[in-house]
Write a protein that binds this ligand. Structure first.
Ligand SMILES: [Zn+2]
Length: 794
């Protein structure tokens, strides 16, 4: 269907925090925790109730009566609440062991931790004269690890997630005389986690002595503290029950996802400054309490939490990112679109009393001394989501390829299929919050605003058009990779200094209208808009007409304002990365390409009657050219020259007639401009000598294409290589043998490319084209970190 002259319409995205509410949670009931927990804690040396600090300024901001922060920044000698649970659980476990007559042997307490729980277990072991072994996942700050080791625990670093660390700890605890002290439960391991949860009840018991809340806001990782809070407030015999709101990180929203699913589910976790909340699966014993007793759940970004921590610090409360998540969560609930409904779901009025549980102090999480350092320097994308987008897009213009038996892609530029693919990507861009503009060449730009909107943006992208027998990756990886970077930045709540723009260039392949890199060449100013609009396809349709027909003759100016930098991620389309056994390549440049067509006119003559010395044989001359080109390559006089005669036709192409005419194409490539020019010159001289060698032989040449060698920017290349190093990815530098949009944009700004390995010798422009999900994710990880760093440059 034609969409004459308009940009496709897509509804603007609605900005709302991840949110779940359950009416009736306040009337749900359960059994209470044992009363003796409080007495046990009171008997410990150094025990004192933690302060409940009233903050009137926050009450005014949130439109409620009173706001208190339960400040757990100093609890039993640790900067977090966790020792309440660990101490009661170890007390119970050792008491039970004594009851079984095993008290004489020392035990090893084993735990996995994101920091504070492990430190609490280690401290208890030391105080009780036992041993401790603590498993620490990736991403825990070295200072947190050092604090655990300082309690004389044996620390084992696990090269995986929190869940992986828990698994290793559980395996280690299979040894005799060991006790696994884990705050996360799973089927078959529920008693000790249950005791840990009981231990946390002391925190609520203290609040009871201080204030009567209408709402408690609790950060959740696996949900143990939330279980304790639900147990406490849903087991009291009488009186109005407070509402309970859980807060988690958008990088690990396992509780909210589980509540939405109606059953416990695991989520893939990302990176977050809220290390203690970075859990992918709710605790199995917590789940029934979370499902029944929580009024609502919300998720917040790193930026929300960092801001809340700064604000609390300004009000005199030391809160780490997990502790400050409570303030970030209530803010997310009570502001923005739909805030009134969320306020009503929490039963809040202007006189309500809110208690924010600040579960840790700043010292508990050494990664975030302040906002400046809360901006991560490295981000990891969601490879599964990237892959789904690649596969979804590949369905647009898909066809069954008879030759390979595979599913191929056919999206020639500005056909209906290309337009459909473009609309899908624009929809995804809008859903990711990008402001989309389309220029007069149909080039698409999705802009993510920076904190300094006046700063030149960092540009990334590629193309969506394909050859007629394509795969799913060529061009699409660069566009959807850029989109995935944006989605990841959104999840982390990161605002870069510079804007980031994701672009789609029109007719990169050059298959339909005959000129490749067309959209980017016009955007960069090498070709004019008039030239491009007048180009026709084989059916005589103009590019300008097809832009109008598909609705992509946008209003934006086609000349691109120089970006700060351009980075394009693309499949290699060659075998070099596979040869080196690496997934990622840093592209040093695009070699010069020279295409010409040579037509040789000879004389048709009878094969039997015409003496050899009288012939003007066009076919022979063509063969001499082919042999000469190979000799030039083999001579080594032209450096890395590549020469190909890919098309050869002789006329009249009959068995017994000396060819009257021959046409052939010559494709020369060289990373050195001087050498490719020398090769062209020497070939021209050879053609002249060939012409002179035979009366009746004439040669004409027509230039088809000529691009100069483009050297990519050294600083951008270094940034890419550094990002690959920081992601632990081996990489090699290589030259691009194929042309790319990046070589056009390189005249505007510092530019470089990331190559991703292809399987089957990097075959491309074929349905067999394939890069693994892992290779794609790793390439886009490198893209993400590179863009993040470039976008934060001055
Ligand atoms: Zn491409």
């Amino acid at each position: 269907m034609p969409h004459a002259g308009c940009v496709p319409e897509i509804a603007p995205p609605v900005r709302m925090p991840p949110w779940f509410a359950r009416p009736g949670a306040r009337s749900w009931t359960c059994a209470p925790a044992p009363a003796e927990v409080r007495e046990f804690h009171a008997s410990l040396p150094g025990y004192a109730p933690t302060p409940l600090i009233e903050l009137p300024r926050l009450a005014a901001e949130l439109g409620v009566g009173r706001v208190f922060v339960k400040d757990e920044s100093s609890r039993l000698g640790l900067p977090a609440f966790k020792a309440l649970g660990a101490s009661w659980a170890v007390h119970r476990a050792l008491a039970e062991r004594a009851g079984h007559g095993g008290a004489a042997d020392p035990v090893t307490l084993v735990a996995a931790t994101d920091g504070n729980h492990g430190r609490a277990v280690a401290q208890l072991a030391r105080l009780l004269g036992q041993r401790a072994r603590v498993f620490v996942p990736r991403g825990v700050h070295p200072e947190a690890v050092a604090a655990i080791a300082a309690e004389q625990a044996e620390v084992t670093r696990v090269a995986g997630s929190y869940d992986d660390a828990v698994r290793e700890a559980a395996e280690a605890a299979a040894a005799p005389d060991t006790i696994l002290v884990q705050d996360m439960a799973w089927p078959g391991y529920e008693r000790i986690p249950g005791w840990i949860v009981e231990g946390y009840s002391t925190l609520c018991a203290e609040i009871d002595e201080q204030v009567t809340p209408d709402l408690i806001v609790v950060p959740v990782g696996v949900g143990s503290l939330a279980q304790a809070v639900v147990t406490h407030y849903r087991s009291r015999p009488a009186g109005p029950a407070p509402a309970l709101l859980s807060v988690e990180s958008t990088a690990a929203p396992c509780v909210i996802e589980s509540l939405m699913a109606g059953e416990p589910v695991s989520v893939a976790t990302g990176e977050t400054i809220m290390a203690g909340l970075n859990c992918g699966t709710p605790s199995s014993i917590a789940w029934p309490y979370l499902r029944g007793g929580l009024d609502a759940a919300v998720a917040v970004t790193d930026a929300d939490s960092a801001r809340a921590a700064d604000d609390l610090a300004a009000l005199g409360v030391s809160a780490g990112p997990c502790g400050a998540a409570s303030l970030a969560g209530i803010r997310a609930a009570l502001t923005g679109d739909g805030a009134d409904e969320r306020r009503a779901a929490l039963g809040l009025g202007p006189a309500s009393t809110v208690v924010l549980l600040s579960t840790e102090g700043r010292a508990a999480n050494p990664t975030t001394p302040g906002r400046a350092s809360s901006m991560p320097d490295k981000i990891t994308v969601n490879g599964g989501r990237l892959w789904r987008s690649l596969m979804d897009l590949a369905e647009v213009g898909a066809y069954d390829d008879e030759r390979t038996g595979l599913r191929g892609v056919n999206r020639l530029a500005l056909t209906d299929a290309d337009a459909e693919g473009r609309r899908l990507v624009i929809k995804w861009m809008e859903q990711a919050g990008l402001a989309v503009r389309v220029d007069r060449m149909g080039n698409i730009y999705g802009r993510r605003e920076g904190s300094d909107p006046a700063a030149a943006p960092v540009l990334t992208g590629s193309h969506l058009d394909s050859v007629a027998t394509a795969g799913a990756f060529d061009g699409c990886l660069g566009v959807l990779g850029g989109l995935e970077v944006v989605r990841t930045l959104n999840e982390h709540g990161i605002t870069t200094r510079r804007p980031i723009e994701v672009c789609v260039f029109t007719e990169e392949e050059g298959v339909r209208f005959g000129t490749d890199m067309l959209g980017s060449a016009v955007a960069a100013g090498r070709l004019t808009l008039e030239y491009a609009h007048a180009l026709t396809d084989r059916g005589g349709l103009t590019l300008g007409g097809e832009l109008t027909r598909t609705g992509f003759d946008g209003p934006a100016d086609v000349r691109l304002e120089p970006p700060h930098a351009y980075v394009e991620c693309h499949i290699e389309q060659g075998p070099v990365l596979a040869e080196h056994g690496v997934e990622v390549g840093v592209v040093t440049g695009v070699q010069g390409i020279s295409w010409q067509e040579i037509t040789i006119h000879g004389r048709a003559a009878h094969a039997g009657t015409t003496p050899t010395h009288l012939r003007a044989d066009a076919g022979l001359a063509a063969a001499q050219i082919i042999v000469r080109l190979r000799a030039m390559v083999d001579s080594g006089n032209y450096g890395g020259l590549r020469a190909t005669v890919g098309h050869l036709a002789v006329h009249p192409n009959l068995t017994n007639i000396v060819p009257a005419r021959a046409t052939l194409t010559v494709d020369l490539r060289n990373p050195d401009d001087t050498q490719i020019a020398q090769a062209e010159e020497d070939l021209a001289a050879f053609l002249r000598s060939l012409e002179n060698s035979r009366p009746g032989l004439t040669l004409t040449t027509r230039r088809m294409a000529r691009t100069a060698y483009v050297s990519f920017d050294e600083d951008v290349r270094k940034a890419i290589a550094q990002a690959a190093d920081d992601h632990g990815l081996e990489h090699v530098s290589l030259l691009s043998g194929a042309g790319h949009d990046a070589q056009e944009i390189a005249v505007l700004c510092p530019t470089a490319m990331i190559f991703v390995r292809g399987e089957y010798d990097g075959i491309s422009h074929n349905p067999r084209e394939y890069s693994t999900p892992e290779a794609c994710a790793h390439g886009v990880d490198v893209l993400a970190t590179t863009l993040l760093r470039l976008a934060n440059q001055d």
